[in-house]
Ligand binder design. Structure first.
Ligand SMILES: *Cc1c(COP(=O)(O)O)cnc(C)c1O
Length: 238
């Protein structure tokens, strides 16, 4: 077995274990491979080991891989920060966008989504840690943005996403996941038809699953340490 294939098995076992501990059905948790900095060959290797959903953070890098792997029916998610002048290629090449954090981006993605494709599946990103460097809308603004997104014709609001503060303190981490879940449940109570909580990374997937994650975004635990530092990672986890 290749290293990527064996790491994938380990990650899947962790997900099943965490789901069982939380009394959840493991089938309700989707594994997204966060593949930034990895060359297309690594993604192909993961595909051959059964991985079908991949998330990219940077447009140019992501598009390069979409093209290089066009022979595979991969479900591509855009999980990075979005600049408003990059919305068109994102709307044309990805099935999902996790980081909606303002109306302008949502409007532009909706206008640019081709009629030939199903609506773009989106999550509103919430800043659960209150760090000023983090993207994401403040918790008290989620309802407003979610309502706006729900009314756009070519977007389908699926739920919420967060990148909690990197902390060694498990309880703190879990509080942030819990906050996202509570906001999610409040939206559902207000009649929002949403089913997705995108939270949990290599280090903290167990806590995220305990708090209800339905998509975990896993990079390092599948592909190994990333080989070069990318600017955004120096200041935050994005
Ligand atoms: C890189 C990244 C991940 C994966 O992080 P790992 O710690 O390598 O698992 C998840 N989500 C986002 C938004 C990322 O940028």
């Amino acid at each position: 077995m290749t290293t990527i294939a064996s790491r994938l098995e380990t990650v899947k076992a962790r997900i099943i274990d965490a789901a069982n501990k939380a009394g959840r059905d493991p089938a309700t948790i989707q594994l997204l491979a966060a593949s930034k900095t990895n060359p297309p060959e690594n993604l192909r290797e993961a595909w051959e080991a059964g991985q079908t959903v991949f998330g990219e953070n940077y447009l140019q890098e992501g598009l390069m891989k979409v093209r290089a792997l066009a022979d595979l029916p991969i479900e591509w998610h855009f999980i990075g920060p979005i600049q408003s002048n990059k919305t068109k290629p994102i709307a044309e090449n990805f099935a999902w966008v996790h980081g909606i954090d303002r109306e302008k981006i949502a409007t532009r993605l909706s206008s640019a989504r081709p009629e030939s494709l199903p609506p773009l599946q989106v999550c509103v990103q919430v800043n659960v840690s209150g760090e000023i460097t983090k993207s994401g809308v403040d918790p008290d603004k989620v309802l407003e943005l979610a309502s706006f997104v729900r009314d756009l014709p070519r977007l389908q609001l699926r739920g919420l996403m967060a990148v909690p503060e990197l902390t060694a303190v498990t309880a703190l981490q879990r509080e942030q996941f819990q906050m996202l879940r509570e906001i999610f449940e409040q939206l559902q109570q207000q009649g929002f038809d949403i089913d997705t909580l995108s939270m949990g990374m290599s280090e903290d997937l167990e806590n995220a699953i305990a708090e209800g994650a339905t998509i975990v975004r896993i990079g390092t635990a599948i592909f190994g340490q990333r080989r070069y530092a990318i600017p955004e990672e120096l200041g935050s986890r994005q």
